[in-house]
Design a protein around this ligand. Sequence first.
Ligand SMILES: C[S@@+](CC[C@H](N)C(=O)[O-])C[C@H]1O[C@@H](n2cnc3c(N)ncnc32)[C@H](O)[C@@H]1O
Length: 386
Amino acid sequence: MTPAARLSAAISILDRILAGAPAEQALTNWSRASRFAGSGDRNAIRDLVFDAIRCRRSFAALGGGETGRGLILGGLRAAGLDPALLFTGEGHAPAPLTEADTGQPPEGAAALDLPDWLLPDLQASLGADFAATAEALRHRAPVFLRVNTARIPPDAACAALADEGITAEPHPLAATALLVTGNARKVQASTAYTSGLVELQDAASQAVIAALPLSNGMKVLDYCAGGGGKSLAMAAAAKVALYAHDADPRRMRDLPDRAKRAGARVTLIETADLSRQAPFDLVLTDVPCSGSGSWRRAPEAKWLLTRARLDALCAIQAEILQNAARLVRPGGWLGYATCSLLQAENGAQIDRFCAGTAGWREVSRRSLTPQDGGDGFFIAVLQRIS
Ligand SMILES: C[S@@+](CC[C@H](N)C(=O)[O-])C[C@H]1O[C@@H](n2cnc3c(N)ncnc32)[C@H](O)[C@@H]1O
């Protein structure tokens, strides 16, 4: 495909997304219907589409409208390119520019590619970090791997990846974290990945695990296990008896296979069996949240979040904290994590829990933003003292 034909494809996919289709589904449908496209075309089109979703408001302003065409035009203008060179109407190129394609510089929240309603909350939550964080969220996320240190040390993992043409280097966010610096798209087909020596996992997610008081012999519950990214990281960090639970057990369906690949043992546990298996030495609650810390990676979520949804998430988080706390043995620990940048989902939840629940003390809390290298994350560790 020519560069201009790729733009036309991205425009049609974005139009479907703007009409309500999930981005992954729109991309997959396009790929299935476009067998002529090679992997280079598909990757380039995917990047165009996700860049446009991430920068939807500013690109729409620069491109003269919130349409697929407007977003792609705006993206070219934002990159300092002249769209007229590609919007020629020749072959599969987009139609030539008209008066209607005139754009204007974005202002305020539009320039930051954030929803208006969320701006005050984010500013208050991030303080001096606000501007740099908002800018970081407009760009692609780096690719990180977690070395399965139960199987291989980080330097040997780097060497194994290098043998397969993938370059990676240690990252300061976590001792297990590698930043992929070359050929990230080869990772999932590599032997290092398929044989369970490395996992794809954000470095801040790994820092969350490093903050937990894990030690050999513990009985540990991952209360909101989902796909099990953090379960597997905990299994690699210490020899623990590991249990995984999720309110929606279907979210854990890949976990047994992933655990097998990693050489880890995880017992899946139903909600009805939680109190029978309790108490646990450590319960991790990686709660459902706005995902605002990972909007680089999942930018659609930024436009779907509403005040009502955020309020509902905060209520669920408070309830999870209460329910999970009951499963911790006296003297044991409760970990509370979000991939959110918002105080309401982070420190405010911990403050409210500690103020309203006797018998707990806060051991640590840490907030990470994309300036630290990975996603935005929050982790607090509490200890049950009675
Ligand atoms: C942030 S995701 C977990 C991601 C996972 N820990 C990982 O590292 O891959 C949050 C999970 O919490 C689950 N969840 C939502 N409400 C819940 C509840 N009340 N109790 C337990 N899990 C819940 C969701 O189904 C979702 O899988």
